[in-house]
Design a protein around this ligand. Structure first.
Ligand SMILES: *Cc1c(COP(=O)(O)O)cnc(C)c1O
Length: 387
């Protein structure tokens, strides 16, 4: 009997989510309504923000796009971000009519390097878009100081960082906007989904309008039981609203956010102990006064020391029934950006090396102890040349 395939980042869906989705379907209200309002208010409470500073949307990509527009930057402004991110970060900048500028990561933390940010500033720079990579917080003291000095907007990509703290304060609450993802592989799941949080309730109100066609009142308020209300289109918005069906899942996922985090922390420690004496590069220690969200456990494969290339390692894990991930090939490796901006990945050598040399192991709270043992055994076998 072969053991079932371990899917990378499988979501942990439980009975509470299933019952809430069923109740939502039976209620007849599938679209944006009371469950989204509750999820927004619960998510705000998790971060210590009032509901007026939180807006649910249908993805983190949408959250980034809307935030970049709501930030009110003039077209063609430069936005500094990391090359070690998902393409959505850069696409959102482009869709907002802005110009992405990459600043390399610190090779140890794998987060955007504040010195590289400073070096990338030009007279056209208007914003910084840091990504809290793998759930490790960026140095928000330095980033906010650079932003203050140069009068730049900060928008945080918190797709990995729901639980992340920097000196006791939640990632996403430092910049003008913080953008979260509830995609199936993320730490809180709604299928597709995202959240925009902000320091300023008025800016979030504008983000909310932008995320629903530019309409001044959302459908729930229009078609609720308080009588008919005309809507007004006040700007050219997008169709980015979150549905109650999605929020139905998110409400119960969020209620277990701490339990799921503790489970991932335990798996993380198991991997650290298991591979301490191996030739693999392991994630850096968690910095004091911070909380890591443990979203990705990324190992660094030096082909000379490990005796196998990263890509052969990925394949060897797959053959052993274990799904892994690559986070990420440097943005500059992709042909679209390379051709459009004449980027060469070697301009950002740390991101290039990490993208070509690392691999993420399964870290889902759904993994059983046996699953975790299978992952450890597979990594050891591959390292011992039993690929
Ligand atoms: C997943 C992810 C996104 C996009 O999130 P969606 O909700 O899928 O749009 C953006 N940035 C980073 C760093 C991500 O990992």
């Amino acid at each position: 009997m072969t053991a079932p395939y371990i899917v990378f980042a499988a979501p942990d869906i439980q009975d509470a989510e299933i019952a809430e989705v069923e109740a939502c379907l039976r209620s007849g209200w599938l679209g944006t309504g009371p469950r989204v309002a509750r999820f927004e208010s619960d998510f705000g409470a998790w971060l210590g923000l009032p509901p007026s500073q939180v807006a649910g949307v249908n993805s983190c990509t949408a959250a980034l796009h809307v935030s970049l527009i709501a930030a009110g930057l003039e077209p063609g402004s430069e936005v500094i971000t990391t090359p070690l991110t998902f393409c959505a970060t850069v696409n959102a900048i482009l869709h907002a009519g802005l110009v992405p500028v990459l600043a390399d990561v610190d090779p140890v933390t794998q987060n955007i390097d504040p010195d590289a940010i400073e070096a990338a500033i030009t007279p056209r720079t208007r914003a910084i878009l840091p990504v809290h990579f793998a759930g490790r917080p960026c140095d928000m003291d330095r980033i906010m100081a650079i932003a203050a000095k140069h009068e730049l907007v900060v928008i945080e990509d918190c797709a990995h960082a729901i639980e992340t703290l920097w000196k006791g304060r939640h990632a996403g609450t430092f910049g003008q906007f913080g953008c979260f993802s509830f995609y199936v592989t993320k730490n809180v799941v709604t299928g597709e989904g995202g959240m925009i949080v902000g320091r300023d309730a008025e800016a979030i109100a504008r983000a909310r309008v932008l995320a629903l066609h530019g309409m001044s009142k959302d459908a729930w308020h229009r078609f609720g039981d308080s009588g008919f209300k005309h809507y007004q289109v006040v700007e050219c918005g997008f169709k980015y609203n979150m549905m109650d069906m999605q929020a139905a899942i998110g409400i119960h996922q969020l209620a277990r956010v701490e339990t799921a985090w503790r489970r991932r922390e335990a798996i993380w420690s198991t991997y650290i102990d298991a591979f301490a004496d191996s030739p693999l590069g392991l994630p850096a220690d968690v910095e004091p006064q911070t909380r890591h969200a443990y979203h990705l456990f990324t190992i660094d494969i030096d082909p000379v020391r490990a005796g196998i290339s990263r890509d052969d390692f990925l394949q060897a894990m797959h053959v052993r029934g274990i799904g892994t991930g690559v986070h990420y090939l440097s943005v500059a490796e992709h042909p679209y950006y390379r051709e459009r901006f004449r980027w060469d990945p070697a301009q950002w050598p740390h991101a290039q090396r990490i993208g070509r040399g690392t691999m993420s192991l399964p870290l889902s709270p759904k993994l059983s102890d046996d699953d975790v043992e299978r992952v450890v055994a597979a990594v050891r076998a591959v390292l011992n040349g039993n690929a």
